[in-house]
Design a protein around this ligand. Structure first.
Ligand SMILES: *Cc1c(COP(=O)(O)O)cnc(C)c1O
Length: 367
């Protein structure tokens, strides 16, 4: 076992649902309706219902979901969009791709954007805020939405890691102007390739989103706007329709596995989940205040325990963002966490024995 703990056990998950997934795939093959087939519409209805949002659109990836959301809101060259530097590159990358300027605001102890620092970053060019619900924990959306409405800004929740999580009883993805998520295989709800979704509650916005992700089409070969080919394949939607049926059970398992880590790990700073939120733990991430990360990860590797670092370099220090002129020291919390955080093996299919082995070794290494 020591040499075979998967970081995310996708194989065990497939084996658990194999019959249903295989037959869902077969029915797409039998229909030959690979693009915008029946499973796509079915998934969109299922996703909207699941999140309690009026509208959901399946889309080719979380990255494309961010891009389409920004395009649908009319974000363009010269605009500013506020976001966190402690996230996956796609969040700021799509702002920059449109010629708009990512404006970073540091995180707090929750690893999400610090709402108390947002207001001072707003200028007359600011058009939107993209809070990221990192590691599966929703942001403080009430505070962020309040600031946004005061300055008439849109809010796009980057919920690429938090599909299924809740904030004050409401589902992530349905907490702001637009919510976007990813179905990358290792995300809490993953497909078998790239995939994502966009959520909103405004019919005009939804029509724009639907059109932009399909070449700006408004009728067959009638193109009102410049758009993309960002459709999600029927095959991926068919897989997601099956996996969504088991998703709440998987979330319960994830919460239980996180609880076991949290109750048994000593000597590490552990993820905190306030009562108003439920995290889906896209990552279970920890750090030590005493030992160097590299030392811990090396020792874990010797024991056959895989780890990952989400993320080792904050976005304001990335080469592709150098033109923004930020420097080390600008966002101390993001920099500190990027230097120390690491993620443990985690999925609904992590076995009790595997978890026990990880906990025992980690406690020994950090004692
Ligand atoms: C995964 C992820 C994305 C991008 O999603 P893809 O489906 O891989 O394009 C964007 N933002 C965050 C926070 C993510 O974790």
């Amino acid at each position: 076992m020591a040499h075979s703990i998967p970081f995310v056990n996708l194989q065990a998950q497939y084996q658990a649902y194999k019959n249903e997934i295989d037959s869902a795939l077969q029915s797409v093959l039998d229909s030959s309706s690979y693009i915008m087939g029946e499973s796509v519409r079915e998934l969109e209805v299922n996703l909207a219902n699941y999140c309690g949002a009026k509208y959901a659109r399946a889309i080719s990836s979380g990255t494309d979901a961010l891009l389409v959301a920004l395009m649908a809101l009319g974000i363009k060259s010269g605009d500013e969009v506020i976001t966190t530097p402690f996230t996956f590159i796609a969040t700021a990358e799509m702002i920059a791709l449109l010629g708009a300027k990512p404006v970073f605001v540091d995180i707090d102890e929750s690893y999400n954007i610090d709402p108390s620092k947002i207001e001072s970053a707003i200028t007359n060019k600011t058009k939107a805020i993209i809070p990221v619900s990192l590691y599966g924990l929703p942001c403080d959306m009430d505070r962020i939405n309040e600031i946004a409405s005061k300055y008439n800004l849109a809010v796009i929740e980057d919920a690429c890691q938090s599909f299924g999580a809740t904030y004050k009883g409401k589902k992530s993805c349905n907490l702001s102007t637009i919510g976007v998520t990813s179905f990358f295989p290792s995300k809490p709800l993953g497909c078998y390739g790239d995939g994502g979704a966009i959520f909103c509650n405004d019919s005009n916005l939804d029509s724009k989103i639907a059109s932009i992700l399909n070449h700006g089409q408004v009728g067959r070969y009638m193109h009102k706007m410049i758009g993309l080919n960002a459709r999600l394949d029927s095959i991926q939607c068919a897989i997601l329709n099956v996996k969504l049926r088991y998703f709440d059970k998987e979330i319960a398992k994830r919460v239980e596995i996180a609880r076991i880590y949290s109750q048994n790990l000593a000597n590490l700073v552990l993820p905190q989940v306030p009562d108003s939120k439920m995290s889906v733990f896209a990552q279970y991430s920890v750090y030590s205040t005493k030992l160097e990360r590299s030392q811990i990860l090396e020792s874990l590797q010797e024991k056959g325990i895989p780890t990952a670092v989400h993320y080792p370099l904050p976005l304001h220090l990335q080469g592709c963002m150098a033109y923004l002129g930020y420097k080390r020291g600008d966002f101390p919390m993001s920099e500190k966490i990027a230097d120390s955080i690491f993620s443990l093996p985690f999925s609904a299919f992590l076995s009790n024995d595997e978890q026990r082995y990880i906990i025992d070794n980690l406690n020994e290494i950090t004692k």
